[in-house]
Design a protein around this ligand. Structure first.
Ligand code: C2E
Ligand code: CA
Ligand code: CA
Length: 637
């Protein structure tokens, strides 16, 4: 109800009763006092029947006025006040009539005039005022007619004056009180209105606060909500209670988004959030702090399971299959935890839990890692390399080494793999195992790949009898049309025959956006380049996509040579080689280090080998001279 409409229905009877209550009570109190005194004076001055009559009516009036005064102390309905006053008025009238009847005196007629005035004051409603004034004055005329007819006319004038005064009193008093009531009610309504507006504003701001703290997709608290909880966690930790900060990141969520679309991805996040909420029922608070990143504040309890076990159970529940729109989807999660200490800044706490999470991801995902000092060291190394990459001049700092690939049948080098070496002025020599991944994460890999290709082209142009080379492409390269454009520009700008450059790709490069990666690969194939599938056997090996990919060679990963004592090793190798044959592509076995490795490679049927036995990665010049001695090595092998 708004302010204007509240104004129109003002002055209800309760408010009127409330305004008249003090006047009415005053009237009752004065009447009680007056009739108490009158009862005493009757006892003192009268005797016989007069005493009996007068004392009875006055004492009854006294008691009634006292009771009415008591009754009217609380808020009473206007009608009840009207009844009470009418009753007392009649008793007052009765007192005068009895007194007149016992002994007439002219002065006693004046009481009727006074009564009219008093009734005019002490009435709750207009009808009551007019009625009681009328009764008082009619009684005056009746009494005058009965006891003093000679002065009837005089009393008519007195009665008329009394009537006028009483009506005037009634009118002005009611108006004054009416104005006061209206003013008060308006003030009340204005206050109520302001209060209701304020309450609405407060409610709205609370809703907005909650909304700003929660994530609209999953309804979990968001980053902001999380930091509020973290502050709470720190306060608890200050009381020596074990409180943990847990960071959870889904493994392979991007693939779900890419393969099934964002709507499915969103649905999956909702389902994950719901399982998370179920697991966090007592003593743990989950929030969503990023795309597929969640965080939990876990208030550990002595009776509850250990943090490790608790997190493991969470991962188990998240890893159960999700049925979304008739599809079965499975994701796992990785967890990094750090016990909250109250005096560490938020950023530091988050960083430590994050280091543990990075470690969990790096060491195979779907696991729980508690933060340890060494994670920080690894992370520090990561940041050091990242900083150096930012400052690097790759054309100057990247050098190539080449590792030969040997054809077992032709017994000669047929190709060499170009491998990057980075000599950073800031941090010294850094191997590719240390920097390639970080370069991929930070986006520098595109620069590195083009630098490597340019340098490889320069080497090929320099050689009279060029040795074919292979170049490693990372997943990022294959998924970036722009990088492929740049590489193709380099290739077209040179006069090098396409057959001299092969590209090595990995299965994982094809996974994230298979459509785009295949299209980009096809562009290179269309230029006449061959493609090798690197690290074969370590990835997903989806035979279906192997069939459709334009590849010429499988490079079987070195890990298959590691377990030579196991009779399965050779069988597996043989079946991998068999698969290459079925697909009608070449098979190269990587990491051939010893004579025994070579025998196994030959028995398995590999056509090509690469490894320390046939040569370490060397400079371009060394590679040229190595080519000649290889003939000798190959014959002995
Ligand atoms: P990869 O492509 O599998 O390259 C082969 C790696 O195995 C090379 O290590 C090589 O030195 C090593 N290797 C060769 N023969 C043997 C052997 O008999 N035994 C053992 N244990 N290892 C052997 P490297 O040069 O340290 O490179 C490591 C990885 O870094 C490469 O693995 C490749 O994934 C990546 N990488 C190197 N250069 C580049 C590059 O220019 N671009 C990209 N994207 N990645 C590169
Ligand atoms: Ca390679
Ligand atoms: Ca490899």
């Amino acid at each position: 109800m708004d302010y204007k409409s509240r104004q129109s229905d003002r002055r209800d009877s309760t408010v009127v009763a409330l305004a008249y209550q003090p006047i009415i009570r005053g009237y009752f109190a004065v009447a009680a006092a007056y009739y108490a005194i009158m009862t005493l004076s009757h006892l003192w001055l009268l005797d016989g029947t007069s005493l009996a009559f007068m004392a009875s009516v006055s004492s009854i009036t006294f008691l009634a006025a006292l009771a009415a005064c008591y009754k009217a102390r609380t808020e009473v309905p206007a009608v009840r006040l009207e009844i009470l006053t009418s009753m007392i008025n009649l008793m007052v009238l009765a007192n005068v009539l009895v007194a007149l009847h016992i002994k007439f005196s002219q002065v006693k007629l004046d009481y009727f005039v006074m009564m009219a005035m008093i009734f005019a004051f002490a009435s709750v409603s207009l009808r009551q005022a007019l009625a009681s004034i009328t009764v008082a004055l009619v009684a005056l005329f009746a009494a005058a007619a009965a006891y003093d007819p000679a002065n009837q006319l005089t009393y008519s004038f007195v009665g008329f004056a009394a009537a006028m005064s009483a009506v005037a009193i009634t009118y002005f008093l009611r108006r004054a009180i009416g104005v006061a009531i209206t003013a008060r009610q308006e003030a009340d309504y204005a206050r109520e209105y302001a209060e209701s507006r304020l309450a609405k504003a407060v409610a709205l701001s609370e809703t907005m606060r909650l909304q700003s703290m929660s994530d609209s997709l999953t309804d979990l608290p968001n980053r902001r909500g999380f930091f509020a909880r973290l502050a709470e966690g720190k306060r608890e930790a200050a009381e020596h209670r074990p409180v943990w900060l847990i960071l959870l990141d889904l493994d392979g969520f991007k693939a779900v988004n890419d393969n099934y679309g964002h709507i499915m991805g969103d649905e999956l996040l909702k389902r994950v959030a719901s399982r998370l909420r179920d697991h966090c029922r007592n003593g743990a608070y989950a929030s969503r702090i990023g795309g597929d990143e969640f965080s939990i504040i876990y208030f550990a309890d002595a009776e509850q399971s250990s943090i490790d076990e608790w997190c493991r159970q969470l991962l188990d529940s998240l890893a159960e299959v999700y049925l979304i729109e008739d599809r079965l989807i499975q994701v796992s999660g990785s967890i990094g935890c750090h016990r909250i200490s109250p005096d560490e800044p938020d950023a530091r706490l988050m960083q430590k839990a994050d280091f543990a999470l990075i470690h969990a991801k790096k060491s195979g995902k779907n696991r729980v890692v508690l933060f340890e000092g060494k994670h920080a060291e690894k992370a520090a190394e990561h940041f050091k390399i990242e900083r150096a990459l930012r400052a690097a001049d790759f054309a100057k700092e990247i050098e190539l080494v080449f590792q030969p690939q040997y054809d077992l049948k032709r017994q000669e080098f047929v190709r060499a793999e170009a491998l990057a070496r980075w000599n950073s002025p800031a941090i010294g020599k850094v191997g590719p195992k240390r920097f390639i991944k970080i370069a991929e994460e930070t986006g520098f890999i595109a620069n590195i790949t083009t630098t490597v290709l340019r340098k490889a082209i320069a080497v090929l142009e320099d050689w009279d009898d060029p040795i074919p080379l292979s170049i490693n492409l990372s997943a990022n390269d294959l998924n970036s049309n722009q990088t492929i454009d740049e590489l193709m520009d380099c290739l077209r700008a040179s006069d090098i025959a396409a057959g001299l450059i092969e590209f090595e790709i990995t299965e994982s490069a094809m996974m994230s956006d298979a459509g785009r990666a295949t299209a980009n690969l096809q562009r290179l194939v269309d230029l006449g380049h061959s493609i090798a599938l690197d690290d074969f056997g370590t990835g997903y090996s989806n035979f279906n996509y192997l069939r459709t990919l334009p590849i010429d060679k499988l490079k079987v990963d070195r890990s298959f040579l590691e377990n030579q004592a196991d009779p399965m090793t050779e069988r597996i190798l043989r079946s991998l080689v068999g698969m290459a044959k079925t697909l009608n592509v070449l098979c190269l076995l990587e990491g051939v280090e010893s004579e025994l490795d070579l025998i196994i490679a030959k028995r398995a049927g590999a056509q090509l080998v690469q490894g320390f036995l046939f040569g370490m990665p060397v400079s371009a010049e060394r590679l040229q001279s190595l080519r000649d001695t290889s003939m000798v090595l190959g014959r002995t092998g």
